[in-house]
Design a protein around this ligand. Structure first.
Ligand SMILES: Cc1cc2nc3c(=O)[nH]c(=O)nc-3n(C[C@H](O)[C@H](O)[C@H](O)COP(=O)(O)OP(=O)(O)OC[C@H]3O[C@@H](n4cnc5c(N)ncnc54)[C@H](O)[C@@H]3O)c2cc1C
Length: 401
């Protein structure tokens, strides 16, 4: 049995946990990160919006990501529902709001590798390969025990341990859940025509079919389908899958080559009733899961990591209790509006696609019509999408902790 102490212990070495670890240790907070061994391959990509890119640059991570990431300069939405009331095609250009790009798309494996490399450079960070199996929360400390006997005691624990969070259960935090009759298939593609730094989202009656640029003549695809159709599509041989993708994308990227590595995800919303309790804070998918629509999930998680980082570093510098922001609910208050507004927006957009209710389809069409016609409205929507008013932690503004 090995007993260790730190100021903060983080459970979970996905992108959210690694970002929090780098933010805290980079500012001199003694941090322990408990992460399971190398996970299975994650072939998904993440569209990192401008604030997330700034935060990663400030943390010394972005320079390792840049060569693997493709800019998203234009976002194009095409109504492919074949319904009576359809929305007009709408194009959002980053240059309209004074940006070079809305953000960058990167394969998760490169993002996690870059975060891991930065984490290994930080003297204040102790990386522990382990599988946490118990979290004991006391009045003045929290202890995380791993299979095999290692235990870490700290003033604060951060649960970044994904949707089936052990940390969340240990703090008795309930979750509100809703599932959608939708499955997302993911894969990466090569194609014969250039994407021109444009992300294209076809809105179908089963959900979006989204192509996001990767470096070179490559793109990632998130393809939302009816769960009854998913097993057949997921099992298609590469050549048949490529033909299906080319057909559904109306050949805008020309001839398609499907790369190895497909993912299948059921779509759901999960929101923890509290983002922190006692001496435990939740970030990433331990705190909230939203459908992969509009590239919000991990961007939201990075804002969570940046917020808890900011609060903990301030308390550490003042010589105070690094768990205070959780004990006083301050962390929960700072995250609630951002998570609720993103979840509602994604839910509304998704439901308006699935719904057969004509007035809702009409309202959706009208919304896109107005955005297409009126520049100020379109620009306000773009600004809110990239830089949410509800949350701009220091790291997202490019300021060090
Ligand atoms: C199809 C799809 C496409 C997406 N596209 C985007 C996008 O374009 N933009 C965007 O912003 N978001 C996107 N998302 C969301 C994004 O991928 C997730 O928000 C993100 O991966 C969550 O990161 P995380 O670190 O919270 O969780 P995870 O990556 O799940 O990490 C949790 C980690 O905790 C570890 N762990 C769990 N339990 C323990 C334990 N007991 N002990 C030790 N370790 C433990 C796990 O091994 C894992 O490494 C997408 C999601 C999906 C499904």
């Amino acid at each position: 049995m090995q007993g260790l102490t730190a100021e903060v212990v983080i459970v979970g070495g996905g992108p959210a946990g690694l970002t929090a670890a780098v933010a805290l240790a980079g500012a001199g907070v003694e941090t322990a990160l408990i992460a399971k061994g190398p996970p299975g391959p994650d072939h998904r990509t993440t569209a990192l919006l401008e604030g997330s890119v700034k935060a990663l640059a400030t943390l010394g991570v972005w320079e390792r990501c840049r060569e693997h990431a493709a800019p998203m300069r234009v976002m194009r939405i095409i109504d492919d529902t074949e319904r009576l009331l359809r929305a007009p095609e709408t194009c959002f250009a980053a240059v309209e709001i004074g940006l070079d790009a809305f953000g960058y798309n990167i394969e998760n494996r490169f993002l996690v590798a870059a975060l891991g490399a930065r984490a290994r450079e930080l003297a204040a960070l102790r990386l522990i390969e382990g599988d946490a199996d118990a979290v004991e929360i006391e009045e003045d400390r929290v202890t995380v025990r791993c299979i095999g006997g290692t235990a870490v005691s700290a003033r604060l624990a951060i649960g970044a341990d994904g949707p089936r969070s052990l940390c969340r259960a240990a703090a008795d935090i309930d979750v509100d859940r809703r599932t959608y009759p939708q499955t997302a298939l993911t894969c990466n593609l090569g194609h014969s025509r250039p994407h021109q730094d444009t992300s294209t989202e076809f809105h179908t009656k089963n959900g979006p079919f989204t192509l996001v640029p990767l470096p070179g003549q490559r793109s990632s695809l998130v393809f939302v389908v009816d769960p009854a159709e998913a097993p057949r599509l997921a099992a298609l041989p590469d050549a048949d899958m490529a033909a299906e993708i080319e057909r559904r994308s109306h050949s805008i990227l020309g001839k398609i080559d499907v790369e190895p590595g497909r993912g299948v995800f059921s779509l759901k919303v999960e929101t923890a009733r509290r983002f922190g309790a006692r001496r435990l804070a939740l970030i990433g998918e331990a705190a909230h899961v939203i459908p992969p629509i509009g590239a919000q999930g991990l961007n939201l998680s990075l804002r969570g990591a940046a917020t808890i980082g900011e609060l903990v570093v301030a308390a550490h510098r003042d010589g105070g209790d690094v768990g205070a922001a959780v004990l006083t609910n301050r962390y929960d208050h700072m995250r609630r509006a951002d998570v609720t507004s993103r979840t509602l927006a994604v839910d509304l957009l998704n439901r308006s696609l699935l719904s057969d209710f004509l007035p809702l389809q009409g309202a959706r069409g009208l919304g896109f019509f107005l955005m297409e016609r009126f520049g100020p409205l379109r620009r306000a929507v773009m600004r809110e999408g990239v830089t949410p008013m509800a949350s701009q932690p220091r790291l997202m503004r490019g300021e060090e902790l």
